[in-house]
Design a protein around this ligand. Structure first.
Ligand code: NAG
Ligand code: NAG
Ligand code: CA
Ligand code: CA
Length: 212
């Protein structure tokens, strides 16, 4: 029930990422299976993407998930580049057009690693067939910031963030609860207001690329 903007903040432990240092970053192999004739915009870091996908084990070709057949069978939304999904997706779904289909071959280091997970055995290379259906502005876009920055001074005060939370909760049918919002605002500022000046600047609001 958290407003999307703060989703990544609350789960910021996702960003705790230790690089191997000297080891070369493993790469995602990208093959374009279908490119649409028209391309109005290309996916970029921070965009929200709607995709249909199928995932296979490279070892024996077993399909371990299909958004067409599993769950509610609907395509899924996620935000590109914030570790909401596998690292291999964040890397392999950049610069993509709506309507484009790609095959990604993702080494274990950018997927479920040495441990594996559920149906994925340890150290598995994964193959995904992914169709990008729609691209929307992400929660960390300039548009979102401007919407929250009520007095246009390019920084967010606690009152502005609180106001935004209220509107978001009400939009989703939750009644306003000032006590709860205050707690959330404090929590958000603790994490986002890096220089502790009591405002979240446009720069502080935007995710840092070097964390990826
Ligand atoms: C493919 O590999 C997975 C994981 O090792 C195993 O569970 C599955 O039974 C295998 N499928 C076939 C068809 O061999
Ligand atoms: C508001 O939230 C606080 C903290 O979660 C809770 O203790 C309180 O009961 C809530 N008040 C209302 C009216 O829901
Ligand atoms: Ca402001
Ligand atoms: Ca600040």
């Amino acid at each position: 029930i958290l407003p999307t903007v703060w989703h990544g903040v609350i789960f910021s432990s996702f960003f705790m990422y230790v690089t191997g240092g000297k080891l070369p970053e493993p790469e995602v192999k990208i093959e374009v299976l279908h490119k649409p004739f028209m391309c109005y915009r290309k996916s970029k870091y921070g965009d929200m993407l709607l995709v249909h996908f199928e995932g296979f084990l490279e070892s024996n070709g077993t399909m371990f998930h299909s958004s067409h057949h599993h769950g509610d069978k609907n395509p899924v939304w996620f935000t590109l580049g914030i570790r909401e999904v596998l690292k291999g997706w964040d890397k392999g779904l950049q610069n993509m057009c709506a309507g484009e289909r790609r095959k990604l071959t993702i080494p274990p280091g950018l997927a479920y690693g040495k441990e594996g997970k559920g149906k994925i055995p340890p150290s598995s290379t994964l193959i995904f067939d992914i169709e990008l259906i729609e691209i929307q502005n992400g929660p960390r876009s300039h548009e979102s910031f401007q919407e929250m920055d009520l007095n246009d001074d390019w920084k967010l005060s606690k009152a502005e963030v609180s106001e935004y939370l209220k509107r978001e909760f009400e939009k989703h049918g939750y009644s306003a609860n000032d006590t709860y919002h205050e707690v959330m605002v404090e929590d958000i500022f603790k994490k986002e207001d890096e220089d502790n000046d009591g405002f979240i600047s446009a720069r502080e609001f935007t995710y840092k690329h070097d964390e990826l």
